[in-house]
Design a protein around this ligand. Structure first.
Ligand code: DGY
Length: 363
């Protein structure tokens, strides 16, 4: 082999994929059919602990983690042989992306397939919190419904109701999911206001919404839905100051990432009636909830099920597996989120490592 040339494409038989928790079989079947050696974590407890993960990442070619696995710079640096991380999620705040890029590790996600499913769930939360569905259900189950009354369990209109006024839906973040949520608002005859940190162009081009600044959105919206990724700038984007300027009838929905909201401040706002209700699918300290949240009647609380439909989770598993297979071959992953990595020497060194070639001959 001429120096500097990539080794010949290695058969996948000797290459290893470590899946950190069971995923839909469509994904693991695809990996297994390639001939790669697939290990699905099956240790103690619900999920691999930090030391399990450290041992696994140091002894695999590709890691297929879930969003619950924290991959920090230290952990990634402990895996000089790693050819990629194929995250089984659209979000990737569980991975230190700058560190992965610096180390030459491609990282991929599973976008698109979960857009509509997550937008549906956002609407379920919006309607559920606005119309007090969970409270009403509990009321029935407790046998409290003895007599119909005109004041029973009054909530907030989504479509123009008795006052005939069109409601304002405020969407923060106008990526694929934010846009899918806006599309659904047409059926409810709402005005849609959007604050998109990436600028107003995409919002204007969609013809679905009016771009506004954050302060206007917070002040004017009847419903506010969050669709930004979690980054250092979006962490606690909704805190005490933002909650204070919302309408007392406002309903806040979060299906993005929990830490976008300062949950302690949200508990205070919900308890004091500063805002009317919240529908949450994600939590700041997930899976834990901030003290007080679970006791509040004006919340609808779900366990991060935004993309949880059978067909969407299956599609996510297939995408994650497809990305993993490309990584095993040292080829660009179709949904790589740090594609610059392929231009760098650090990645080239990984695919050229003598043991990368040897692994293919010594299963
Ligand atoms: C994701 O993929 O980022 C969602 O939060 C879970 O499907």
């Amino acid at each position: 082999m001429v120096e500097g040339e990539l080794p010949p494409a290695a058969p996948l038989m000797a290459r290893r994929v470590f899946v950190t928790r069971p995923i839909p079989a469509a994904g693991t079947d695809l990996l297994a059919a390639s001939g790669a050696r697939v290990t699905v974590w099956s240790g103690r407890g619900d999920a691999p602990r930090a030391d399990d993960l450290r041992a696994a990442i140091a002894a695999t070619d590709v890691l297929l983690p879930l969003l619950t696995e924290e991959l920090d710079a230290d952990l990634l640096a402990a895996a000089p042989q790693l050819l990629g991380v194929a995250n089984h999620a659209a979000g990737h705040d569980n991975i230190d992306l700058p560190a992965a890029t610096e180390l030459g590790i491609p990282v991929s996600n599973t976008p698109d397939v979960l857009t509509e499913t997550t937008a549906d769930l956002t609407w379920a939360l919006l309607l559920g919190a606005g119309r007090r569905i969970v409270e009403a259900d509990r009321f029935m189950r407790l046998g409290n419904y003895r007599l119909w009354g005109p004041q029973l369990l009054l909530g907030e209109d989504v479509s123009p109701g008795g006052d005939g006024r069109r409601k304002n839906l405020g969407i923060i973040g106008f990526g694929r999911i934010g846009e899918a949520v806006a599309r659904r608002a047409r059926g409810f005859d709402m005005n849609v206001l959007v604050h998109h940190p990436g600028g107003p162009e995409r919002v204007m081009a969609s013809g679905l919404a009016q771009p506004v600044d954050l302060a206007t959105l917070l002040r004017e919206s009847d419903f506010i839905s969050l669709h930004v990724p979690l980054t250092s700038t979006t962490r606690h984007m909704i805190g005490a100051d933002e909650l204070r300027v919302m309408k007392p009838t406002a309903v806040l929905v979060n299906t993005s990432r929990g830490a976008v909201v300062d949950e302690a401040a949200l508990v205070v706002a919900l308890r004091s009636g500063q805002i009317a209700a919240a529908g949450l699918d994600v939590y700041e300290h997930e899976p834990a909830m901030t003290a007080g949240l679970a006791e509040l009647p004006n919340t609808v609380l779900l366990p991060h099920v935004g993309s949880a439909s059978r067909s969407t989770r299956e599609a996510m598993a297939v995408i994650a597996a497809t990305n993993a297979l490309a990584m095993l071959r040292g080829e660009p992953a179709p949904h790589c989120i740090n594609a610059a990595v392929y231009q760098g020497d650090a990645f080239a060194r990984r695919v050229r490592r003598p043991d990368a070639d040897a692994r293919s001959h010594n299963p």
